[in-house]
Design a protein around this ligand. Structure first.
Ligand code: KMH
Ligand code: ZN
Length: 280
């Protein structure tokens, strides 16, 4: 099996500083988290940003600061969120792409999200994807439900997406597909050939989903965006969550990929070339 690509999603949009003291709020804090998670075995960082008061922001200036801090402290693959937060306009979600991150997410359909709806109509998806394509950014397809794969195939038929792609299954969101091993197997089997994939299990599903993915030859996303606990009642840091997956993967014969290896596996440009393109 290939080395394991670990993505860390340290911030998210919905988590509040009241829920955990480990939420990175300032760009410098995010740079620090990036360095620690790189040391612990991560190769991709999924980025959301916060204002100094902890509230969510998709401000381009704030993302630029965060990008600079991450790059100054690590060689991680930088992936921006275009999901943003519930209720954010599609224009705001896609605005940060002008900074030319190496990767950006594309959520492949609408989904209930707790009591809210995370809206990703075809016009929204097309708008974000057109911008991703124009800027030559590599998408990561976020799949919360099996129908999202059908939506991605429809975008392929429309000429906006080519396969294979890198796909992240987000399982266990209240309103999305449950985080079970059989659902994960079903999704992995349904992927177009040549795709690479990871799984982000929400809440207590994070660790079992990670273990299943390691055994199946997939990849793993962990981090406070998806789960704030190390074990029942014990809050986690991002680096602890990354280190645990790296340690167990090593035991199972899957050493972690370095960012350089992950770039090669995902067909991304080498870091030096990437750094020249980025507006830093
Ligand atoms: N905050 C969620 C509503 C992404 O980053 O692309 C959406 C999200 C997905 O986090
Ligand atoms: Zn996100």
């Amino acid at each position: 099996m290939d080395p394991l690509i670990i993505t860390v999603a340290p911030v998210g949009a919905e988590l509040t500083p009241e829920q955990t003291p480990h939420l990175a709020v300032k760009p410098e804090q995010l740079g620090d988290v990036a360095a620690k998670c790189r040391d612990a075995g991560a190769s991709i960082i999924h980025v959301h940003c916060r204002n100094d008061d902890g509230s969510n922001t998709h401000d381009t200036g704030r993302f630029k600061q965060a990008y600079n801090e991450i790059r100054a402290r690590s060689d991680l693959i930088v992936q921006f969120s275009t999901g943003g937060a519930i209720g954010m306009s599609p224009e705001e979600r896609a605005g940060v792409l002008v900074l030319h991150p190496e990767m950006a997410t594309l959520t492949c359909g609408s989904v209930n999200f707790g009591d809210d709806i995370f809206e990703n109509s075809f016009p929204i998806m097309r708008g974000i994807l057109k911008k991703i394509n124009e800027l030559g950014i590599r998408p990561e397809l976020e799949v919360f439900d099996k129908g999202h794969l059908s939506n991605a195939r429809r975008l392929e038929r429309e000429g906006l997406l080519t396969f294979p792609q890198h796909v992240d299954f987000v399982l266990g969101v209240p309103g999305g597909l449950d985080a079970t091993v059989s659902n994960l197997c079903d999704l992995a089997d349904a992927l177009p050939s040549g795709c690479t994939w990871s799984v982000a299990g929400i809440g207590r599903a994070q660790l079992p989903m990670a273990m299943a993915a390691i055994a199946m030859g997939g990849n793993v996303r962990v981090g406070l965006e998806d789960n704030i606990y190390y074990s029942k009642g014990k809050l986690a840091t991002n680096e602890e969550l990354v280190a645990r997956v790296a340690r167990i993967a090593g035991e199972l014969g899957r050493p972690v990929a370095t960012p350089a290896q992950a770039r090669e596996m995902l067909g991304l440009r080498p870091l030096q070339e990437q750094a020249r393109r980025a507006l830093m």
